[in-house]
Design a protein around this ligand. Sequence first.
Ligand code: HEC
Ligand code: HEC
Ligand code: HEC
Length: 133
Amino acid sequence: MYNGGKIFIGIIVFLGIVTFPLYYNLGRADTPPKPSLNTPVINQMKVKHCVEPKAFMRADHMQLLMQWRDSALRDGERVYISSTGERYDISLQNTCLHCHANKAKFCDRCHIYMAVHPYCWSCHFAPEKENKL
Ligand code: HEC
Ligand code: HEC
Ligand code: HEC
């Protein structure tokens, strides 16, 4: 039997569910996160820069971290040579969080906004929440 009314309601419910992430984010669209660079180490840098250019870091820091983990643990390689030839110790805690010591106002601020939940901190040390940075 053909029931146009039920199908129509079904389509409305379906559209509501698949577009939920779109309008759920609408109200927040005007407050993009501003990751804070206000840490002692970064404030002391003459030319403020990351291990790779900012645009690359913004888009690809997760891949870089996975690459770091694999090279440290699988290949025993614990030094990273950046695209500009700088040397960095391969360490989430001692390198990334040495500069970005304000995890809550840097990493977390973006991740909470984007609803990403990296599971790294159940093992890796992160600066305390009450960190004033
Ligand atoms: C030597 C200090 C230093 C280290 C080490 C460092 N960063 Fe950065 N990072 C910075 C600075 C300074 C900026 C801002 C760069 C700019 O404005 O050009 C930045 C930018 C970024 C950005 C982009 C932020 C934005 O607003 O788009 C991400 C993401 C990031 N870093 C993640 C990391 C990760 C992950 C690591 C470790 C793999 C790391 N950083 C290591 C200093 C550092
Ligand atoms: C400019 C915003 C921004 C900043 C700052 C930032 N992240 Fe991210 N991060 C993201 C986004 C967006 C994703 C999800 C990207 C995706 O899924 O393709 C992500 C994903 C990740 C992932 C992968 C998570 C997963 O489950 O796939 C890791 C690990 C990570 N970030 C670590 C860090 C660390 C450590 C810092 C601070 C040093 C940091 N991020 C700072 C935006 C940011
Ligand atoms: C189940 C525990 C566990 C989780 C979860 C975990 N790691 Fe690790 N990770 C380790 C251990 C153990 C090492 C080895 C430490 C060493 O030998 O220096 C390591 C090493 C690393 C290294 C290289 C050395 C260092 O000290 O940074 C990176 C980079 C890294 N992990 C990134 C990540 C990222 C990014 C995540 C989240 C997406 C993550 N890990 C989640 C346990 C974990």
